[in-house]
Design a protein around this ligand. Sequence first.
Ligand code: NAP
Ligand code: GCO
Length: 259
Amino acid sequence: MVSFSLEGKVALVTGASYGIGFAIASAYAKAGATVVFNDLKQEMVDNGLASYAAQGIKAHGYVCDVTNENQVNEMVAKIEKEVGVIDILVNNAGIIKRIPMIEMKASEFRQVIDVDLTAPFIVAKAVLPGMIKKGAGKIINICSMMSELGRETVSAYAAAKGGLKMLTRNIASEYGEYNIQCNGIGPGYIATPQTAPLRTPGHPFNSFIIAKTPAARWGTTEDLEGPAIFLASEASDFVNGHVLYVDGGILAYIGKQPQ
Ligand code: NAP
Ligand code: GCO
């Protein structure tokens, strides 16, 4: 019988003091994994550790900017020494800038690409040698509706998340022979701090998303936990290069007809 257990596995979830990363890491812990996460500041790491502890989870937290290759390599070396070789990597850390393209500075565009696309490359590159040596590994990149769709003001984010879909496929192609599977999760619109500006009461985007979602609701971080466990467990050992959209049906739906 195939197992969804993560017993004995070390899972690194980047940017997981709160939000989607925190939910995925917490679900991994409940499935038996040892959870490791990072954030940009010690204060955020400490807050995250307290949040995990409040759930009875003894997590390991590290301060690391995922765009800084030296910091990432040092963090991965520390994790391998202090916790163990990383079996599961979730490239979750991400930012978005909602600026009309002609008003966006090139430096702002580059910053989003750096966090949402270059950093997943850097962190995956740092953990792959340990996975190759171990003869197994799972890399899960948190993609987006914007891996498939565009919308006003998110040019940098869509370019990054579209690229992340193809980086996912390329890691799958290049390292599948080492029993390493690389897949993506494409969340729909999820209620987290990142989307809080879109969910203010009466914000037109709120009703827009409800009309575009067959499930007629915003997603919750809990909606992502099962798919994330599936892609981290042996149950998905023959799933590779796939982006699993957890979107309530948005990508399948033209949108509710005007009444
Ligand atoms: P969030 O609430 O904004 O949290 C993002 C996390 O990433 C924060 O912990 C943040 O740390 C961390 N982070 C940002 N830049 C970092 C860096 N350079 N180094 C290390 N950590 C960094 O976002 P979320 O909604 O949970 O989203 C998580 C992921 O899911 C992102 O990749 C996002 O693009 C993706 N996603 C979100 C949705 C959604 O609807 N929410 C849907 C699809 C995909 P600080 O707090 O210290 O900045
Ligand atoms: C936006 C939202 C989206 C979500 C997510 C959808 O401004 O359109 O922030 O980008 O974060 O990526 O899958």
